[in-house]
Design a protein around this ligand. Structure first.
Ligand code: B12
Length: 312
């Protein structure tokens, strides 16, 4: 089928929809321009077809649409609503034949976009400046794509980073705070303003010394070993963005280790995870909690499994 024929069919369907009042936001139809050559529109304007049809859909991620029951003719509508309200999982979404219906598909795509954005974006430089955090990089040199494909490189500080840390950081502090992008820049942006001051004040109140905080770009948890080798702190606290879930990108973790060094594994580390406001571990509470764990690590000279065994 050629383009002219296709346009004719689409325009005829749109005319019928307009006549039936099934679509709104109609402007007067202009000269017959083929539908596959849309007239340039201002970026902020909603997309329009050449028939003046405005595609103006409600935001599929709003709470009421996210949790709307979409099963056609449910046997027990009240039970269905109760089930949907009992979980954040995508249930009761209905179907169009064997496929998702449009509303579910749009919601899924909207949520997926949040995840992609959190993964591929860098932490806002203004936020890092606000806390005086300078940036060093791991051995990832090929951008986010390489970061995602090569976790091993994200666990090694680059030679330049090691030189910068040797130059700028206080050595052998009691607590070294480090901020890493990990798998979500949004997680750091959502929590740093609250957790950073709590940790700083908590460390000072405990009479401990705090190292020079900094930011690592393209950062994985395993980089804690290189931080330990470079700075030799008692405890490393690594604030890092967790792998985002669909539509949930603001969840942060603090991974912790006592005197981390080359060759150590996650068995030597501890983690406080799911840090976010409204539903997760509150960042203020998490800040106080990790300072307590840091003290416990110093008292027992251990972290991870060894700390568990020492405190049993
Ligand atoms: C991905 C993941 C894994 C993957 C890690 C593989 C990988 N290379 O990415 C796998 C499936 C192997 C895994 C295993 C485990 N995990 Co896990 N994992 C996660 C998840 C979903 C995301 C972590 C993330 O984004 N990290 C940040 C990125 C940047 O880190 P990364 O450098 O890419 O990857 C490292 C970390 O993910 C770390 N890691 C992953 N899980 C754990 C658990 C602990 C206790 C530690 C210290 C480190 C650690 O291992 C990776 C390699 O170093 C979280 C959920 C969450 N909300 O965070 C749970 C989570 C962190 N895991 C958890 C647990 C319990 C485990 C296991 C102990 C389960 C078990 N009983 O075997 C094991 C421990 C394995 C280990 N590494 O020693 C819990 C921790 C709870 C807690 N506070 O102690 C979480 C929070 C899930 C949960 N809600 O229960 N995990």
């Amino acid at each position: 089928m050629d383009d002219a024929k296709l346009n004719e069919i689409v325009e005829s369907v749109v005319r019928q929809l307009i006549a039936a009042g099934a679509v709104s936001g109609i402007q007067p139809a202009g000269a017959a321009v083929p539908l596959n050559q849309p007239a340039p529109a201002p970026i902020s304007a909603p997309p329009t077809s050449n028939l003046g049809l405005t595609i103006d859909l409600p935001d599929p991620t709003s709470e009421d649409l996210r949790y709307k029951a979409r099963v056609k003719n449910p046997c027990d509508p009240a039970a269905l609503t109760e089930l949907i309200n009992s979980t954040t999982a995508r249930i009761g979404v209905g179907r169009a034949g064997p496929r998702y219906n449009t509303a579910s598909l749009l919601l899924f795509q909207g949520d997926h976009a949040v995840t992609q954005d959190a993964l591929y974006r860098d932490i806002d430089q203004k936020l890092l400046d606000e806390f005086g955090l300078f940036t060093v990089q791991t051995n990832v040199t090929g951008g986010k794509e390489q970061f995602l494909l090569r976790p091993d490189l994200g666990r090694q500080l680059s030679d330049e980073a090691k030189r910068t840390l040797a130059d700028k950081c206080i050595k052998k502090p009691n607590v070294q705070l480090v901020v890493g992008d990990g798998l979500s820049a949004a997680a750091i942006e959502a929590n740093l303003r609250q957790i950073f001051p709590v940790i700083k004040q908590g460390v000072q109140a405990a009479g401990l010394t705090m190292g020079t905080p900094f930011h690592i770009k393209y950062c994985r948890v395993g980089v804690m070993n290189d931080i330990g080798d470079a700075i030799q702190p008692d405890v490393v606290l690594l604030l890092i963005g967790e792998r985002p879930g669909l539509g949930r990108a603001e969840s942060m973790s603090v991974y912790m280790g006592f005197k981390p060094k080359s060759g150590e594994t996650d068995a030597d580390r501890d983690v406080v995870c799911n840090i976010f406001e409204n539903g997760g571990t509150n960042p203020l509470e998490a800040g106080a909690f990790v300072v307590q764990i840091a003290q416990k690590m110093r008292q027992n000279q251990a972290s991870g499994v060894k700390l568990k065994l020492a405190t049993q």
